[in-house]
Design a protein around this ligand. Structure first.
Ligand SMILES: C[S@@+](CC[C@H](N)C(=O)[O-])C[C@H]1O[C@@H](n2cnc3c(N)ncnc32)[C@H](O)[C@@H]1O
Length: 394
């Protein structure tokens, strides 16, 4: 199907949904009771997202926020509350009916928030060619939209163009654990259902890095649907557009854990306990929240001995393991990472794991870095196996 046909059919689908009051889409997690205090019911009713990118304390007072595919405006209005009267929100959507719903409710939201005028503006446009100037946005949010765009590299390039250096994004979207086959790809109904256009997680994450973003990582993950063995899941991702030059000096970074080795998005490798020289720009990145407990940054090299209390090592229990159909997808801000049992995880690619590794990855320090799926279709009755005489894992 040509891109224009997909876009037109998606737009017609959402125009129909908002006109008929159809409920659509995926797991979100809004606190509707809270939102009802300032957002009109007809906006809440037309919530078609798959996450809460504006509700994740990512939005700061006074910021300029862009919502790509703003729909009825739910996230723009949530962001308006968080930025306060001095900030600005721009919502972009291609569907007239969605824009009309959002625009007619903006004055009510401003009044409910006690703002002298609305701080939210809705513009008509496409995610692939955003009607926004270069480098003016502090934060991009988007909720279940980019999967609907046929040309995702163009969307990622546009995101990078409009964010200011030092800005960031938090986006919720549907991705898959593998490529969507042609019979789904050419099903126009399933495009509108947020299925046909879902990229494999790996392609999505790589696409954002290819556009120039760094520190791309998972904030939230929720399984959604399995169709013909393909797992579709909702993921909220965040990442940064770094300033061209950092103000601080070059530094040293020592990997603390829980991984035993990682390769960053620029291709540099780090082994746990071993200090590596890093540029001022990389050090700036490693000071951001997703890296906080992973690296020790210093002006002079700090090597950590294996017994050092600051290191994090997590080994599996010394028991037999069982294969139960679980797969782990690395969603950490690294291209590749290794655990203490020599499993090598490539970001976005599912790796089959046994029950013991599942326990390790679901434990505190690892859990935020993985999306875990179960691909078994029936109750699994695999025998317990001993992977390794030392109790190490398979
Ligand atoms: C699933 S709805 C989500 C709406 C809103 N973000 C929410 O959470 O309720 C998708 C929205 O994205 C818009 N959309 C889809 N593809 C788009 C594109 N390529 N450019 C601009 N808007 C798009 C649709 O018109 C629709 O309003």
């Amino acid at each position: 199907m040509p891109d224009e046909t997909i876009t037109q059919q998606v737009s017609e689908r959402y125009a129909r949904a908002v006109t008929t009051g159809e409920q659509m889409c995926c797991p979100t997690g809004y606190d509707f009771k809270d939102l009802q205090t300032f957002i009109p019911e007809e906006v809440l009713h037309a919530s078609y997202g798959c996450g809460t990118p504006a509700g994740l304390t990512t939005v700061q007072p006074g910021e300029t926020v862009l919502d790509i595919g703003s729909g009825g405006g739910i996230d723009c209005f949530d962001a308006a509350r968080r930025i306060g009267p001095t900030g600005r929100v721009i919502g972009v959507d291609m569907t007239d009916e969605m824009l009309a719903l959002a625009r007619r409710n903006a004055p009510f939201v401003a009044r409910n928030l006690g703002h002298p005028a609305t701080t939210v503006e809705f513009r008509k446009g496409h995610a692939e060619s955003l009607p926004v100037e270069d480098g003016v946005i502090d934060l991009i949010i988007s909720n279940c939209v980019i999967n609907l765009a046929p040309d995702k590299p163009a969307v990622f390039r546009e995101m990078y163009r409009v964010i200011r250096p030092g800005g960031r994004f938090t986006i919720s979207d549907i991705v898959a654990d593998q490529p969507v086959p042609n019979y789904l790809l050419h099903d126009s109904q399933k495009w509108g259902d947020c299925l046909s256009g879902a990229l494999p997680a790996r392609e999505y994450l790589d696409g954002l890095v290819h556009a120039g973003f760094l520190g791309v990582h998972q904030v939230k993950f929720s399984p959604w649907q399995v169709i013909d063995g393909i797992h579709f899941f909702s993921v909220t991702l965040a990442g940064f557009k770094l300033p061209a030059a950092a103000e601080r000096k070059d530094a040293f970074a020592t990997l603390v854990g829980p991984f035993s080795r990682v390769m960053d998005e620029m291709g540099h490798s780090y082994r746990r306990g071993v200090p590596e020289p890093v540029s001022a720009r990389t050090a700036e990145l490693f000071r951001t929240e997703p890296f906080e407990r992973i690296f020790l940054l210093s002006e002079t090299p700090i090597a950590l001995a294996a017994t050092d209390q600051r290191l994090m090592t997590i080994l599996p229990a010394n028991t037999p393991c069982v294969w139960k159909g679980h797969y782990a997808i690395l969603t950490a801000p690294f291209a590749e990472a290794e655990d203490d049992d020599h499993h090598v995880y490539r970001r976005g690619s599912p790796l089959e794991i046994c029950s013991k590794t599942l326990d390790v990855l679901e434990s505190g320090p690892y859990s935020r870095h993985f999306a875990i799926l179960n691909r078994s279709t029936a109750t699994v009755s695999a025998d317990a196996v001993s992977c390794d005489p030392d109790g190490n894992c398979c």
